[in-house]
Design a protein around this ligand. Structure first.
Ligand SMILES: [Zn+2]
Length: 113
């Protein structure tokens, strides 16, 4: 599953960061998840909790926020943000818009102790 890889990457990043900062515990993850992602927050949270088990991130809060999709219009090149997929381009009204996939998931911040 796609979000398992994402979860592994986020936990890995957070643990590296915590190590560099001599943290003894990671208490919170804030994650931004694009509206374009066709997965539930619960699914991602489940993977994160499973991966955090046995590490200093065990028991951390996972705050997963849905953020607008960044879309790119294939017809006129317009770039815009929308809450949902399936919106037409506000500039030329073309339906040929594609999400910018590079920002599907983002580890926005973590809190360490
Ligand atoms: Zn357009």
């Amino acid at each position: 599953m796609h979000e398992l890889g994402v979860a592994q990457q986020m936990v890995h990043l957070a643990l590296e960061y915590a190590k560099e900062n001599n943290a003894s515990k990671i208490t919170q993850f804030t994650i931004e998840m694009s509206q374009a992602v066709d997965e539930s927050e619960d699914s991602l949270r489940f993977h994160l909790e499973t991966l955090a088990r046995g590490t200093i991130a065990e028991g951390a809060q996972f705050d997963i926020q849905r953020v607008p999709v960044h879309l790119h219009c294939l017809k006129c090149g317009n770039e815009f943000s929308q809450d949902y997929l399936g919106e037409a381009c506000p500039n030329c009204h073309s339906a040929r818009v594609v999400p910018q996939v590079h920002d599907e998931f983002k580890l926005a911040s973590i809190e360490i102790e």
